[in-house]
Design a protein around this ligand. Structure first.
Ligand code: ATP
Length: 352
């Protein structure tokens, strides 16, 4: 899509979005409620017309086509199956409407039942299925006409946590097996990281960053992205030198660390540096690896991990997440003055 804008009256819900989604990609639009992701999806589907900009599919402009003229299907959160129909009738509905011969409809329905692992359930009324099974029927129905693109608008949010986790894996498998491009909308960052080939992080109608899950997580370019995805420590620092694609920055403690930075940005002077909690370790105060110094405010034991909430000497709160490599207490106490080691080259400088 090229320069896509959607205005409702004077309100700009989608603000100049240009995105290239690749064929056979699991692509996620991620952002908080109201950021414009559903509006963007509805424009791809054809339910909303852009105020400005163009939508291209395989190089041809689809902006003027009606929803049913686009080789695109949508699965909604409230999957709206037809309650008076069987599983097979629901799955075959779209194909029947397209006027496909009965033999072809039956064959495709059979394939779809097996794809979503509901073999033998074709004659069941949909009302007798569990929520997860109904969601599979909705997926099968949307996949049956073999669209080029499947749009999924928070399709898992009505399911309980355990079912949601298994459906995440299921959706990823379905995308890989069918080779259909999936465009998935969610506000759940963990869901986006788990499933996507690439993620576009949105806020206030704009795309803030596009990248693979590890790009977005390890190299957030903006404060919004760093804050929205995962837990983050923000540190003020001064750039000392640049070289080899890295910057050396001096922290408020006087220590220097190496940091990465966005490729379209040349850091200088005062910058903000992001350090993920799992990229730091609590060490004795005098340890040679201590890049920061502070006092432990809280220790939270979580079985696999321990979280340390540390007040740095300059007053900033810093969180360290350490894997528990051995059993028993961590060896540090609340109120203890400690040092913090920061792993090499994992800190990231944010764009201004
Ligand atoms: P959610 O996850 O809550 O659905 P979202 O990121 O999908 O949020 P949208 O539904 O795209 O956000 O809405 C973006 C903004 O546009 C919101 O402020 C919403 O109130 C507004 N909006 C959406 N549709 C309309 C409409 N038909 N008329 C007026 N404003 C609208």
């Amino acid at each position: 899509m090229l320069g896509v804008v959607k205005e409702f009256g004077h309100f700009r819900a989608v603000d100049d979005v240009t995105l290239k989604i690749e064929p056979n990609e699991f692509f996620t639009l991620l952002g908080p409620s109201g950021c414009g992701k559903t509006t963007l999806l509805r424009m791809i589907a054809g339910f909303e017309m852009p105020t400005n900009g163009r939508l291209l599919l395989d190089e041809s402009d689809i902006s003027g086509l009606l929803p049913n003229q686009r080789p695109i299907n949508t699965v909604f959160q409230n999957y709206a199956l037809f309650p008076h129909m069987s599983v097979a009738e629901n799955i075959g509905f779209g194909l029947k409407m397209l006027g496909k011969p009965k033999a072809e409809v039956d064959r495709t329905v059979g394939e779809m039942l097996s794809l979503v692992r509901l073999n033998g359930r074709g004659n069941n009324p949909v009302t007798q299925l569990s929520g997860g099974q109904q969601q599979r029927v909705a997926l099968a129905r949307a996949l049956a006409p073999r669209p080029k693109v499947l749009l999924l608008d928070e399709p898992l949010s009505a399911l309980d946590l355990k079912l949601r986790k298994s459906m995440q894996i299921e959706l990823k498998r379905l995308q890989a097996e069918t080779g259909i491009t999936f465009v998935f909308v969610t506000h759940d960052q963990e869901e986006a990281l788990t499933m996507s080939d690439r993620i576009a992080v949105m806020s206030e109608g704009k795309v803030r960053q596009v990248g693979s899950p590890w790009d977005i997580y390890d190299h957030p370019a903006e404060r919004f992205v760093a804050d929205f995805i995962g837990e983050t420590n923000f540190l003020e620092a001064d750039v000392v030198s640049l070289g080899g694609g890295l910057a050396r920055v001096r922290l408020s403690s006087g220590s220097e660390i190496a940091a990465t930075f966005p490729s379209d940005f040349l850091p200088q002077g005062k910058v903000t540096v992001v350090v993920r909690p799992e990229h730091a370790q609590v060490v004795p105060r005098g340890d040679s690896t201590a890049a920061l110094k502070g006092t432990i405010k809280d220790i939270v034991y979580l079985g696999t991990d321990t979280h340390f909430h540390i007040h740095l000497d300059d007053g900033t709160l810093f969180i360290v997440r350490q894997q528990n490599a051995k059993s028993g207490p961590c060896g540090f106490a609340k109120g203890e003055a400690v040092g913090i080691g920061v792993n090499d080259d994992v800190a990231q400088i944010l764009r201004d």
